[in-house]
Each structure stands twice: as C-alpha cells, then as structure tokens.
Design a protein around this ligand. Sequence first.
Ligand code: AMP
Ligand code: MG
Length: 403
Amino acid sequence: MLTYEQARNKVIEEVGKSKGPRATQSVSVWDALGFVLAQEVRTDREYPPFDRSTRDGYAVRSKEAEPGAGLKCVGEIKAGDTVSDTLAAGTCLQIMTGSAVPTGADAVVMIEYTKREGDLVRFERAAQTGQNVVPRGREAAAAQTILTSGTRLGYAELALAAQVGAVQLQCARRPRVAILSTGDEVVLVDEMPGAFQIRNSNSVSLAAQVRIAGGEPVVLGNAADRIDDLGEKIERGLKEDALVLSGGVSMGKYDLVEHALKAMGAEFFFDAVAIRPGKPAVFGICQGKPVFGLPGNPVSTMVTFELFVAPAIDLLSGAEARALPLVEARLAEAMNEKSGLAHFLPARIEWRGQVPEVKPLKWQGSGDIAALSKANCFLVVPSDKERIEIGETVSVLLRKDVI
Ligand code: AMP
Ligand code: MG
C-alpha cells in the first residue's frame, strides 16, 4: 500500500504527463483571482517611472543638508505634480511621498528630522545620497517580464498586472471537474431524505474544494449502486477534464465504482493508501482523463481531495502542483493512536504564544462533519507513532479555506 506522499506523487507524475497546450480565455483583471496566467506580462514603461520620493520631507542636494545647516525652501511638490525644474543650489523643496524628485536633488530628508523656521529648513542629521528616493527603473526596466506564464494570480499578481495596464489577461481555462456521488441511500440536497436516507453533502463540499483548488465544478448528481447507472454517469463525467466520485470504493458488496471504471477502460495507479480516514481512495486514468474514487464518508472525501485531487487540478490548470500546506506545531495534549496508517485528525491550531499549538478535537469518526466544522486543520500522525506526548512537535495540514 502506498503512503500518502507516494500516492500524491503518483497523481502528480501521471497527470503531469498530459501537459499539452491548454485552452485559454481572456479574463478581466477584476475577475482573474485564482486563474493561472497563460501569457507573459511585461512592463509598459520603467518602474518607478520617475525618481520617486518614499517619504514626506524635503528634496535636497545631500551635501548641502548638513546637521544644523539651513536651506531655503522655495516651493513644494505634491504627488502627481509635473516636475521639470532643477533644484537650485542652496535651496530645498518640500516633497510628498510618491512625488517625483527634481533633478539636482539626490535625497529626501524626512520631515521628522527637520525644523522649519519660516522659509528656512534646518536639518538635524546628515543626509545620504539616494536616501528615501527610488530611482527611475529600479523596480523594473521597460518591457521587462514581470509575470510569467503558469503564475497563479493572487491579489499581489493582479495588482502588478493592473500597475502596468494589463487589464485583460490571457489565462488557462479553469479545468472542469465532474463531481459524481454514489449510493442508494443518497438523495439530492434539496430533496427530503427518507428515514434511512442521507443528503448528498459530499457534492457540496467537493464543489467548494474544486473551486478553491482553481477548478470549475460540474455537479452530476448521484448514481445508484448499480453498474448500469454508474456506467452511464461516469461516461457523462468523462466529457470533463477530470472526474471525482465519492463513495462506492470500499469492500462492501455494493461498492462498484472500481468495477464500473474498469469496464470503461480505466487504468488504476492505486486503490488504497495508508491513511485514515481515506484508505480506499482510488486514482486512475480513464479514456485519457484523471479519475478519482474517493471514499464516501464525508471527512474521508474532504481529506483525500486535498491530498490527491487538488494537485491534479493545479497541473490541469497549467500550474505547478502546490505543496501541501503543512506546518509544525506543539501538541497541546498527549494522545494515543493506532499505528500502521497515517492519521489526519480534525484539530485546531492557535497562534497565541511563540509557537503554534494544536489540539485534536473529539470526533465520531469520518462521518462527523460537525467536528470538522470546528477544526481549522488536520493533525497528521505518522503511521509509526502510537503515542505522542504533550509538547512534542507535530505536523499539521492547514485548512486553506478557513485560515
Ligand atoms: P461508502 O464510501 O459508499 O461506503 O460510504 C461511506 C459512508 O459515507 C456511508 O455512511 C455513506 O452513507 C456516506 N456517504 C456516501 N456518499 C455520501 C454523500 N454523497 N454525502 C454524504 N455522505 C455520503
Ligand atoms: Mg456507498
């Protein structure tokens, strides 16, 4: 049985093989959050476009602004002002943050280090050449590539694109991820379940996880635990870029997902991973499309999505697979776990002291969505650990959606 790291690497290896040119679309900078760039973005001019003051103060010739020395202030420069005159020797100009520093001046002295006496400005300390001035072109040259193809667009990247006037961006089309739940007991979320039925919550969590991962969910509803119904709906799902099923991958008599996928020509790379929850997770390629059979217990579905499906969506978006958001924390209470499988336990991490502390939450097993809704992370217990003492350093998988 593969470890979760091995299984994840297998997904990355197999999905990575199909790295061809991907369909792209033009997206407004206002709507492009989370998209992956499919073009380079270049500067339209030098940045900064002029020698820019980074402080409110006085533009000076640094040699003249000696401690105790006085310079006559002959005017002011506001941000946005056109600056063409040279600073005359023996004078200074009041200047605001973001303004252009005039030629002649080679430094800005912060207002805090000056004293004003009428027209005269006295300096409390020596000025250094270049201080508080970002010279034209220092951040980027003209026509310099500042964002490369394959970059995921977060708020800083979007601001950078906006800064250079790239308001329409060619991006990779978001991979469409079909979501199919399975189970005779499952009804759609807007239906009233019978006494022994349950609502299809997995499709809701999966759709949210697909969105967060940068994909576009295509929710296909629920298939009964019958080969014919599964086959029909899987066929529909294979029209999309990837297919994620929930349920029907355990050892039960009616767990038929693997059979149905096999009948449609799937090649499997794993059908069990040494983790709990989530052990029966399945990954294969079917008719050229990545397919994932995730166990149906809601917390298992959520964990296995993060471990195995999220990196596939990265790759299908034309980006690198992002690393798992694992951090170290101090265990707040001793715990015992059965060894043999790596455990992902609902937990809360808090940043109160110098090091983060994590505490596992009480839960009723992998059907307990309520426990997970109180968690902001999973405490990762390695497969060879039976007891962890209070104060030990443990690994924590962050829930990116709530942290
Ligand atoms: P399975 O993996 O099909 O054996 O299902 C495991 C458990 O998860 C069972 O208790 C199912 O009722 C539950 N389950 C399966 N599919 C869903 C779903 N779509 N939404 C919520 N719970 C589910
Ligand atoms: Mg089932």
